[in-house]
Design a protein around this ligand. Structure first.
Ligand code: FAD
Length: 464
């Protein structure tokens, strides 16, 4: 963990009073003991110190807060569940934190259209639960579901475990409400599936990481429920066998919901940390976890698909919910298990399909060449070409390994951020994926929607 920075000076007491008049005295905190829990990220790699924490309860209050902060030149870091992994929601330069968690209501559930409106502070798990009550499901699922918020997942265009079937968060949006850096409230929550009336502001704000506007609510499409489920854990004798099989399974199983990759070292670590027994008697180098879900029993389709994949070395199948959850723990336990080794560098990259296996095989060597003390842990969303490269044993602010890995992914035609965003962590390398012309267009958009530059000024865009 990096050491905590010097406390920033608290905002002018007159501004604090004005903010308290808007959101209530209890919801503007300047005492470091009270603001500490908003200061660092989930991994402990990014440690900041907010000058204040402001917790509005409505979109109108958000707009008034932005107006006051703009007039007083107070930079704001929007924060939801603080589960982001690229340092984008942490006040690293003494900014004030704008916490959206109080905007947690879920309203206007439309069981016929399969849509609902969720406040920015509602968690993904809250949305999933509300969808079930309405007879539907929510297409986004991720390991941080209990804490990650709608605002945060929209701001990062979060992906997760079901992207291959339902798309990332942007694909769920049928409308958005946000307060721009100008203080203007833009609200387009009608939820029409067809609505070609100009620029898609919701699509633009989605993935903008709090740099253009503060998301206050989202209209979300729901998906039909898939109550019948089968999970298969497949073992392979090489990464390339696992990756090739992932492509075959994707084509063979239209109801494939998730397809996750992990390796022996990560599985051993998860078993050691969690106490879970190894899934197979023999050790294997690579694994796929496949979940198929539908209205009817997916087992016959899964069995036929597995028959067509010649290279499976071992298989464990789960149909009941307890055993399915046990198999999922081997994959979902990775993040927590790696965190027990110290604050990891988390490099979330995407590769073209043809380069995925080679990247997974070679990237540990790239890391070792850059820093002999580093250990590489790999897992990810195989069907999306998305690998989470986790590196332990490196100081939080030593960026040598980060640069080498991101450059290697980009050389292969990949993305330096598949689903976590750029945040503060990857700003120096945005140019690996984006041309000067694209970055100039980004700056123009930022200048138009946040002319005073008070929203997340140290996130996404590289310093000019
Ligand atoms: C165990 C674990 C598993 C994870 N798995 C996945 C995964 O599979 N896929 C994936 O994509 N991510 C994953 N993540 C990362 C993280 O959960 C996502 O990035 C999530 O979208 C962050 O949501 P949040 O509410 O915690 O946002 P925060 O961490 O609070 O903020 C993230 C970014 O969004 C901005 N922001 C937050 N709220 C708003 C708002 N209302 N308006 C404007 N900007 C805002 C912040 O300024 C920051 O830049 C995982 C994290 C953990 C800890």
């Amino acid at each position: 963990m990096t050491s905590a920075p010097e406390p920033p000076s608290a905002p002018d007491p007159r501004v604090v009073k004005a903010l308290r008049d808007v959101v209530g005295a209890d919801h503007v905190m300047v005492d470091p003991d009270l603001t500490a829990s908003y200061a660092s990220d989930w991994t402990g790699r990014f440690v900041g110190m907010p000058s204040a924490v402001i917790r509005p309860g409505t979109a109108v209050e958000v707009a008034e807060v932005i107006g006051l902060c703009r007039a007083a030149s107070i930079a704001l870091v929007p924060q939801g569940g603080n589960t982001g992994l690229v340092g984008g929601g942490v006040p690293l330069a003494g900014e004030a934190v704008l916490s959206l968690r109080r905007l947690s209501g879920i309203t206007d559930v439309d069981g016929r259209a399969g849509q609902l409106t969720a406040g920015a502070g509602a968690s993904v798990a809250d949305v999933q639960a509300a969808a079930v009550v309405a007879g539907w499901a929510y297409g986004v699922d991720l390991g941080s579901r209990d804490s990650a918020t709608v605002g945060g997942t929209v701001a990062t265009n979060a992906g997760g475990l079901q992207v291959l079937r339902y798309g990332a968060t942007r694909a769920q949006l049928t409308g958005l409400e946000a307060v721009l850096g100008t203080g203007a409230v833009v609200s387009h929550l009608g939820g029409l599936l067809k609505d070609n009336t100009g620029y898609d502001l919701g699509g633009l704000l989605c993935g903008s990481e709090g740099t253009l506007g503060v998301v206050t609510a989202a209209r979300l499409r729901l998906v039909p429920p898939s109550p019948e489920r089968v999970v298969a854990l497949l073992a392979f004798s090489s990464t390339s066998d696992a990756v090739e099989s992932a492509f075959l399974l994707r084509r063979a199983l239209p109801d494939l919901q998730s397809l996750e990759l992990f390796l022996r070292a990560g599985l051993d670590l998860v078993c050691r940390v969690s106490g879970a027994p190894p899934p197979f008697a023999d050790p294997h180098p690579a694994f796929l976890l496949a979940e198929v879900a539908g209205l009817t029993d997916p087992m016959p389709a899964m069995a036929a698909a597995l028959d067509s994949v010649g290279s499976v070395a071992d298989v464990a199948i789960a149909t009941d919910s307890t055993r399915r959850a046990q198999l999922w723990r081997y994959r979902e336990g990775h993040t927590e298990a790696i965190n027990t080794l110290g604050a990891p560098h988390k490099l979330d990259v995407a590769l073209p399909a043809g380069e995925l296996a080679a990247f997974v095989d070679r990237v540990p060597g790239v890391v070792a060449d850059a820093d002999a003390r580093a250990t590489t842990w790999l897992f990810g969303h195989a069907a999306d070409g998305n690998v989470h490269v986790n590196i332990t044993g490196v100081a939080p602010d030593d960026l040598t390994v980060d640069g080498r890995v991101l450059s290697y992914a980009a050389e292969l035609g990949g993305s330096i951020s598949a689903e976590h965003g750029i945040g503060t962590a990857k700003r120096p390398w945005l140019h690996l994926n984006r041309s000067d012309a694209e970055i100039a267009a980004f700056r123009s958009i930022k200048g138009a929607l946040d002319p005073a530059g008070i929203l997340n000024p140290n996130v996404l865009l590289p310093p000019p």
